[in-house]
Design a protein around this ligand. Structure first.
Ligand SMILES: [Zn+2]
Ligand SMILES: [Zn+2]
Ligand SMILES: [Zn+2]
Length: 153
């Protein structure tokens, strides 16, 4: 039997696809390989976000927060979800890794989760911006947007 044929036999017999060890009937991998894969994926996601945040300035464009764990990439035009849908990617990491390989874009910025949520719940402007410029009162348009976007983010 060919090497590939033997391998297939093994997989059919209930062996882990990666190490050939014992696996549960409806899984493809043994528990140890499953954890390894999850860890590798997490590490990959983390490194993509770190590189991307570095590339886009490394701190919140609104409040200056620099702690990586608080930071995310923000679409200035609020079209992030639509764009990710366009690419058809779940979770967005395929999309993020593609951004890394492209020139820096003008419509993306680094924001902390506070400012990101604040912006979404405040009609596209972080409440910090209102605090620093009190004459910029919340308009009717803002209130409409606030009502529409009072979703967990
Ligand atoms: Zn395994
Ligand atoms: Zn911020
Ligand atoms: Zn802010």
């Amino acid at each position: 039997m060919s090497k590939m044929g033997k391998y297939r036999e093994k997989v059919k017999a209930g062996a882990c696809w990666t190490c050939g060890g014992e696996r549960k009937k409806y899984d493809s991998y043994c528990n140890r390989c499953k954890v390894d894969k999850k860890t590798a994926k997490k590490r990959w996601q983390l490194s993509i976000m770190q590189d991307l945040i570095d590339m886009y300035g490394g701190k919140c464009a609104c409040c200056g927060e620099e702690t990586f764990q608080f930071l995310t990439i923000d679409h200035m035009n609020n079209d992030g979800a639509a764009e990710r849908r366009l690419y058809g990617e779940k979770g967005g990491y395929g999309f993020y890794s593609r951004l890394l390989r492209k020139p820096k874009r003008d419509d993306l910025q680094v924001l902390c989760f506070n400012c990101n949520c604040g912006r979404q719940r405040n009609g596209g402007v972080c409440p910090h911006q209102h605090l620093s410029n009190s004459s910029d009162a919340v308009t009717i348009r803002h209130i409409d947007a606030i009502i529409q976007e009072l979703l967990p983010c």
